[in-house]
Design a protein around this ligand. Structure first.
Ligand SMILES: C[S@@+](CC[C@H](N)C(=O)[O-])C[C@H]1O[C@@H](n2cnc3c(N)ncnc32)[C@H](O)[C@@H]1O
Length: 254
């Protein structure tokens, strides 16, 4: 439990339920298409590759990766989102419920993808490092990791403390704040979902913000070589104005 915000250690068990597709209605499979294409190209994805979409959610990236490769596994913790992925995806896609800190795989993947800020969730930084080590462990020698995290400086500078919007029948109210010092900064978001004036969902999200150097050091410490950093899906360099912080890493020993 975070003593300042009251955030439970396992906040992610509630935050990615049936209302997630309402709150993130704009994060569609169509929006994921160019992201999957960019990541696939930068990771040098090939038709014989075995791929893991780690924290696959509804499978909106996996559906674009699957036609390019031999097989895709999608792993996620949320039964609700896995069910949506199951309905969306067919073909060479295996969906698995699991926790990113304990992946139920050996070193079998040519490429691991982790899209859309699906890292830095654990309040104990040792657990985030454990998730990074798991990503490295399940790669074959020479395998690549592509991870898309939030651009920290941009997130801090552009933080909107309060916003409200309508998605179909739902009203979504989001309260955002920063926590921790420069060494351990997190962005917290409290989401309230209302329908017909009644609250139908209330949950917290919290994500660790990393400098490019800190994120690179974390994955280097996990045993990967960082080959490239990007600040967005247009290929720009990371920096204060870059909305994303994307990492391409390689496991040695090929
Ligand atoms: C921001 S969403 C992104 C989902 C998907 N990558 C996308 O782009 O739509 C984060 C995902 O991480 C999953 N997740 C959260 N905690 C997890 C954990 N401990 N292990 C595995 N997946 C987890 C959530 O269920 C959710 O699907």
């Amino acid at each position: 439990m975070d003593s300042d915000t009251g955030t439970r250690d396992d906040w992610y068990a509630d935050a990615f339920g049936a209302l997630y597709p309402v709150v993130y209605a704009r994060r569609t499979a169509e929006a994921a298409r160019p992201e999957a294409a960019f990541a696939a190209e930068r990771a040098g994805l090939g038709p014989g590759d075995t791929v893991l979409d780690l924290c696959c959610g509804t499978g909106r990236h996996a559906v674009h990766l699957a036609p390019r490769v031999r097989s895709v596994a999608g792993l996620d913790y949320s039964p609700a989102l896995l069910e949506l992925a199951r309905r969306r995806c067919c073909g060479p896609l295996r969906l698995v419920r699991g926790d990113m800190r304990r992946l139920p795989f050996g070193p079998v993947f040519d490429v691991v993808f982790n899209f859309f800020t699906s890292f830095g969730y654990f309040l104990d930084e040792g657990e985030n490092a454990l998730a990074a080590r798991e990503m490295a462990r399940v790669l074959k020698p020479g395998g690549r990791l592509f991870l898309d995290h939030i651009g920290a400086d941009c997130a801090v500078a552009g933080l909107v403390p309060h916003s409200e919007r309508t998605e179909g029948d739902f009203r979504i109210v989001e309260e955002r704040s920063l926590a921790g010092g420069p060494e351990s900064r997190r962005v917290n978001k409290m989401v309230t979902v209302l329908r017909g004036g009644e609250t139908v969902g209330l949950f917290m999200e919290t994500v660790r913000l990393y400098t490019p150097e800190d994120l690179a050091a974390l994955f280097t410490g996990a045993g990967l070589a960082v080959e490239a950093l990007f600040g967005d899906y247009d290929g720009r360099a990371p920096g204060p104005d870059a909305p994303r912080m994307m990492l391409l890493c390689r496991k040695g020993g090929a």
